[in-house]
Design a protein around this ligand. Structure first.
Ligand code: AMP
Length: 480
């Protein structure tokens, strides 16, 4: 189905929700009077939302939910961590709730909503949310992704599931073996669509979308609206409403950003010192460190461990089991530095991440925004530190061009083994001075992150069902 133009949000679908006057910049917190009840969501959904501890909708939720409920196609420009998952999952549950059935018959549980994501991690995260938000209903949610055995997924799909979260390749496998049928899909979500295009999923997306009824509602979420994304939207969305919660291609104001020029040979030591300084300042040492390659990722993690830092690596060569273990260790605090490539880090939900370090700048400027988006999420503050050497100057230029602002480059604190050695006799060169003393950041704006050179990976997990027999599930979570 083709469409025409994009309609810019001029009013939200609920009387008491104020739409931004400038749709390109919406960073204001929604009026305090707005609650989830104002959306008219079913009490079963509201109960689940309350149990999550959410009191007021985030801006992307306040602006998107009424439009989705009203049936509009939607393009959402939202950074990671803005609450965008609930922005589409909650209204989806509301819209398909009328189909909820406690029947055990698979025929009563066709796929009504399909969420496509670029990576297994994001798929799992979305699925966990869908399971939580729908836990008081009879709707079933499940997730399928590649890299794991299909058998369990087949069982789940055969039992029937209303909300399916999938990575494209594995979904096509299931469609090919006639286990998944998309003929009753009413709502399609393309989550992190920019990443899906970057990862070469366009042909897969086209094949999948062609199997979904034309009379559907399509929602597309992307951190940035590149020309390619706009083209995708033109092809598959109908007069979509556009909702943005932050200036395009900019990072959240809650991220304090600092860039240090550091020669490549000194970067590892710089990280150690940065973490030591965080300790001195009473700040958390928990951080994600982004690298550009799997090999570099693994090597850096090992080197940091030798330096006494509890580090773990997560990249495309790791099995799903290894990734899960590492991520769990990171979330529990057993690991303080998670060294990651972009693809592997995509979709990680770590709400209170205090610090992101770019060991090197990404080749793709948009990834910088994604990376930094791992911190400063959902209103919390965070530090984003980029270690940049001279050979990366061009990448830095690209990032600044994309973000439409000049990033603050600060010299490393005196005495650090960066480009310039401190003049002899300076305080930093004095015996006993900490050559790496890290000065507190000054507030600036922010960017964010992710993706690696890894191949698209898909995997799956299943969730489901509150109701006995049919409640299967893979991979690990279920409705609680
Ligand atoms: P997301 O952007 O969907 O990855 O969400 C980022 C984080 O914000 C997740 O940990 C969510 O659980 C959390 N979150 C989503 N909506 C809200 C809300 N209305 N209030 C507080 N936290 C939220």
């Amino acid at each position: 189905m083709t469409n025409t133009e994009t309609e810019i949000t001029s009013s939200a679908g609920a009387d008491n929700i104020v739409a931004p006057s400038d749709s390109s910049v919406t960073s204001a917190t929604p009026p305090a009077t707005i609650t989830f009840a104002d959306f008219g969501l079913d009490p079963k959904i509201q109960k689940a939302v309350l149990e999550q501890g959410y009191t007021i909708p985030t801006p992307i939720q306040a602006q998107s939910i009424p439009h989705v409920l009203a049936g509009s196609d939607l393009m959402g420009a939202a950074q990671t961590g803005t609450g965008k998952t609930a922005a589409f999952v909650l209204p989806i549950i509301q819209k398909i709730l009328r189909h909820a059935s406690n029947s055990a018959s698979p025929a009563r549980h066709p796929i009504r909503a399909l969420v496509l994501t670029p990576t297994r991690e994001l798929a799992v995260q979305v699925a966990e949310n869908a399971a939580s938000y729908s836990k008081h209903t009879d709707l079933r949610a499940a997730v399928v992704y590649g890299g794991v055995d299909m058998k369990e997924q087949v069982g789940i799909l055969r039992n029937g599931v209303e909300i399916l979260i999938a990575t494209p390749g594995r979904l096509l496998d299931h469609i090919g073996s006639k286990v998944a049928n998309l003929s009753q899909v009413e709502i399609l979500v393309l989550d992190e669509a920019d990443r899906m295009l970057d990862m070469g999923f366009l042909p897969d997306l086209q094949r999948i979308i062609n199997l979904i009824p034309a009379q559907r509602q399509t929602l597309l979420f992307s951190a940035t609206f590149s020309p390619e994304i706009k083209k995708l939207a033109q092809s598959y969305l109908r007069t979509p409403v556009t909702v943005e919660v932050a200036r395009q291609n900019a990072a959240a104001d809650t991220v304090k950003q600092v860039i240090h020029m550091v020669s490549s040979g000194d970067k590892q030591r710089a990280i150690v010192k940065v973490l030591e300084n965080r300790t001195r300042q009473g700040l958390s040492r928990q951080c994600i460190i982004f690298t550009n390659s799997r090999l570099g990722c693994a090597k850096l993690a090992r080197a940091l461990e030798r330096d006494g830092i509890k580090a773990g690596a997560i990249h495309g060569d790791k099995s799903q089991g290894e990734r899960t273990l590492t991520l769990d260790a990171f979330k529990s605090g057993a690991i303080e530095a998670l060294v990651a490539t972009d693809v592997a880090a995509r979709g990680l939900d770590i709400p209170d991440m205090p610090c992101v370090i770019n060991h090197e700048l990404p080749y793709n400027a948009e990834d910088f925004i994604h990376r930094i988006g791992r911190t400063g999420r959902a209103g919390s503050t965070g530090d984003a530190i980029a270690l940049v050497d001279a050979s990366e100057k061009r990448l830095l230029d690209d990032i600044e061009k994309l973000m439409k602002c000049k990033l603050d480059i600060k010299p490393l604190p005196e005495g650090t083994p960066a480009y310039a050695k401190p003049p002899s006799g300076s305080a930093a060169s004095t015996k006993g001075a900490d050559p790496f003393f890290y000065k507190p950041y000054e507030p600036t704006s922010a960017p964010q992150s992710s993706d690696d050179t890894a191949k698209p990976e898909v995997k799956k997990v299943g969730i489901v069902a509150a109701k006995p027999a049919v409640g299967a599930l893979l991979g690990g979570f279920k409705k609680k």
